[in-house]
Write a protein that binds this ligand. Structure first.
Ligand SMILES: O=P(O)(O)OP(=O)(O)OP(=O)(O)OC[C@H]1O[C@@H](n2cnc3c(O)ncnc32)[C@H](O)[C@@H]1O
Ligand SMILES: [Mg+2]
Length: 216
């Protein structure tokens, strides 16, 4: 048997399992909370949102999606005494060198005007022929004792204007995922849940922390 290093192993099998019956969704975005509730539904865990519990919304000072997800999950776990799942996500546009990226929510301003944010993306892209974009989702689960697990998911696609569809939220009406001709705004929720960046990140979380195969 090989001698063990002093450092703990960091492969997929070392993830902490989520065994608690109750979980806080550390988000104040109703669209996200609805999607995460639907993704969690099969696991029989009672989920409550940070908004419902009146938990504060921390300032997102991180410089990566993962940093911000960890910061939000930690804030809710500390404030509630329950494990907390945070999502930090956004849209990256190749022609804008990855913007709006971690600033996706902030481009919509304090009134959360995504019509204006999508228009800003359109004008900044101008007639650049590269229309490619991606949605990125970082998920973090933080426990009250400070332990954190993180996962990521990405879906590529391209942007089309004007915005189309009434489903989804945020930038969904301009994002056309790879392999489809509809915008995410035209995807019924259950279809978006099968392929989205959030679904992909969630599948990684499930494999590692929920359904028993240890992330293998
Ligand atoms: O931080 P919380 O409270 O979770 O809510 P938020 O809306 O501020 O969330 P983020 O800081 O993660 O910002 C992500 C923004 O990126 C956009 N976004 C993320 N996922 C999206 C999706 O699935 N469809 C459309 N837009 C999305 C959306 O506009 C979000 O407001
Ligand atoms: Mg935010």
């Amino acid at each position: 048997m090989p001698v063990q290093d002093a450092e703990p192993m960091t492969d997929a099998r070392t993830h902490r399992r989520l065994t608690e019956p109750r979980l806080v969704i550390a988000s104040h975005n109703r669209g996200k909370v609805a999607e995460i509730r639907a993704l969690m539904a099969p696991f029989g865990i009672d989920v409550v949102s940070a908004g419902d519990l009146g938990l504060p919304e921390p300032e997102e000072t991180g410089l990566t999606f993962i940093d911000n997800a960890v910061l939000k999950a930690r804030a809710s776990a500390e404030a509630s005494g329950l494990p907390a799942l945070a999502d930090d996500s956004g849209m990256t546009v190749a022609a804008l060198d990855g913007a709006p990226g971690i600033y996706s929510a902030r481009w919509a301003g304090p009134s959360k005007d995504f019509g204006a944010a999508m228009e800003l993306v359109r004008t900044r892209m101008g007639d650049n022929p590269d229309r490619s974009a991606a949605f990125v989702c970082a998920l973090a689960i933080a426990w009250p004792d400070g332990h954190v697990e993180t996962f990521e998911g990405v879906i590529g696609g391209h942007l089309e204007f004007p915005p189309r569809g009434d489903f989804g939220f945020g930038y969904d009406p301009i994002f056309v995922p790879e392999g489809d001709t509809r915008s995410f705004g035209e995807f019924p929720p259950e279809e978006k849940h099968r392929i989205s960046h959030r679904a992909r990140a969630f599948n990684n979380l499930v494999r590692a922390c929920l359904d028993g195969d240890g992330g293998a």
